[in-house]
Design a protein around this ligand. Structure first.
Ligand SMILES: [Zn+2]
Length: 120
């Protein structure tokens, strides 16, 4: 089946983020800290040019900050976790003994919009 260009771009973006996804215990990939591009609205810390940044409305967020924010707002039961799904979507999954079931898709904008100041 032939894929359209837009899908390929999303797929590449997803692969890139997935490649950079940090699993506890895994060695963290190196981030170029020579260039600070902005401040993270959640923690106030410096944001570097990092492909794992979550970008919403042209505002850059730390990936970990977004994950922690989601985890603080949704109540996770035992065996549930938050995974990055791609294209600014996360999912709540149920995970046990290598089996994963997607429970709910989360649009990151629902959580980040309050951090993005709109000047209309
Ligand atoms: Zn942050």
């Amino acid at each position: 089946m032939k894929r359209r260009g837009a899908l390929d771009k999303r797929e590449r973006e997803h692969r890139q983020k997935e490649k950079n996804f940090k699993v506890p215990g895994e060695i963290r990939f190196l981030v170029d800290r020579s260039e600070i591009i902005s401040k993270c609205p959640i923690c106030g810390g410096d944001v570097y040019k990092d492909p794992s940044n979550i970008v919403f409305d042209d505002v850059h967020f730390h990936f970990d900050c977004v994950v922690n924010l989601i985890k603080s707002k949704v109540e996770l039961s035992e065996n549930q976790n938050v995974y990055y799904y791609g294209s600014n979507n996360f999912t709540i999954v149920w995970e046990r003994k290598g089996k994963i079931e997607v429970l709910k898709r989360i649009r990151v904008g629902d959580f980040l919009s309050e951090y993005v100041k709109k000047t209309v």
